[in-house]
Design a protein around this ligand. Structure first.
Ligand SMILES: Nc1ncnc2c1ncn2[C@@H]1O[C@H](COP(=O)(O)OP(=O)(O)O)[C@@H](O)[C@H]1O
Ligand SMILES: [Mg+2]
Length: 331
């Protein structure tokens, strides 16, 4: 008898500037999920409008009472969620609270871990307790009076200003003079209620994927990101040719071991689940934690697929492992 296939909802889209990228990630998962094991559906989330995209291009509304759809007269309830929403409401955990309430497993970190890791300042506070190096920073809330001179004096120049909860470098500015600070903060606050101002860390940017699969940690090869822009901004991230991503990164063995060990330790310390990417800045003396992406890009050109390829893991295997792992409960 044919084994019942699991209904997998690949959620993508979302309500941030990363919508398009997320839909690309979702489509890549859709293409590579094993059809013998899974019945996969591409589910695009936009506000309260949740639709499953059918092959003919039509959309089917999702019934949120039990997270199901009606296809060809039959009731299909999703068994598991592949979270491919970068930004809100996927990567920040909002939608995961709903899946928790319905007891539907998902591939990414928990609701709580997603929420605090997406909040860059909260995440930094937790990372600080491990002794890993971090850029000094100040959090500015909307409506709060900021002492621009005082900030520049305390943190030095240049500075990086970014929305505290966002991704893909949307709203991020490098500030070289105090006079540019008010505008950069206003730009970050256009995307978020809080802006994070950080000391600029000059160095090499290195990404490292980590995935704990059924209790065993897999640390991916390192990738160095060399931006052709002043930093790894939105254009450098998504326009072909605007950045070079080198996997495995050309770093000495000692540094490689240290970065991988740091990524692995932070994964456990923060309580991550699923496939996660840690970003660091490597200076001549230290490894600085930049940020963690709990729903990293997984389109063909993204860093995690490049790292998996170098490891000899196909996207088919990687995504199958991710779905499988969503059901794993440590004892
Ligand atoms: N403190 C910093 N020092 C140097 N470069 C930085 C710093 N903060 C951010 N950047 C640059 O800006 C990019 C985006 O910042 P990041 O914190 O990763 O935000 P996002 O979540 O939008 O990716 C980084 O990839 C890096 O190139
Ligand atoms: Mg980043």
């Amino acid at each position: 008898m044919e084994q019942k296939r699991l209904n997998v909802a690949i959620i993508c889209g979302g309500d941030s500037g990363e919508y398009e990228i997320s839909v690309k990630s979702g489509k890549v998962v859709m293409q590579h999920l094993n059809r013998e094991k899974y019945r996969a559906f591409l589910l695009i989330v936009r506000g309260s409008d949740w639709q499953v995209m059918l092959d003919d291009g039509n959309g089917l509304p999702v019934n949120k009472d039990d997270f199901s759809i009606r296809v060809d007269g039959s009731h299909v309830r999703f068994d598991v969620v592949f979270n491919a929403i970068h930004g809100t409401p996927g990567e920040d955990g909002k939608i995961l609270g709903y899946f928790d309430m319905l007891r539907i497993p998902y591939t990414s970190s928990s609701h709580l871990v997603s929420a605090f890791t997406f909040h860059k300042n909260s995440c930094k506070q937790l990372v600080r307790s491990t002794g890993v190096a971090l850029a000094d920073s100040v959090l500015i809330r909307k409506g709060q009076q900021a002492d621009f001179e005082g900030i520049a004096q305390r943190l030095g120049l240049p500075l990086f200003v970014k929305p505290n909860s966002n991704g893909s470098s949307v709203g991020v500015t490098k500030v070289n003079a105090v006079s540019q600070l008010p505008e950069a903060i206003a730009k970050a606050l256009a995307d978020d209620d809080e802006a994070l101002v950080e000391t600029y860390i000059p160095g090499r940017e290195i990404g490292c994927g980590v995935f704990e699969y059924k209790g065993r940690k897999i640390v991916f090869p390192l990738t160095e990101i060399i931006s052709k822009k002043e930093f790894f901004d939105y254009e450098a991230k998504y326009s072909p040719g605007m950045s070079d991503e080198i996997t495995p990164a050309d770093v000495d063995e000692k540094t490689e071991i240290e970065i991988k060990a740091t990524a692995s330790e932070l994964y456990s310390h923060l309580g991550c689940r699923g496939i996660v990417r840690f970003d660091f800045i490597l200076t001549s003396s230290k490894i600085y934690f930049l940020e963690v992406n709990t729903v990293p890009g997984i389109s063909q050109a993204s860093i995690i697929p490049q790292q998996a390829k170098v490891m000899g893991i196909s996207l088919e295997s990687l995504f199958e492992m991710a779905v499988d792992n969503a059901f794993f409960k440590p004892v």
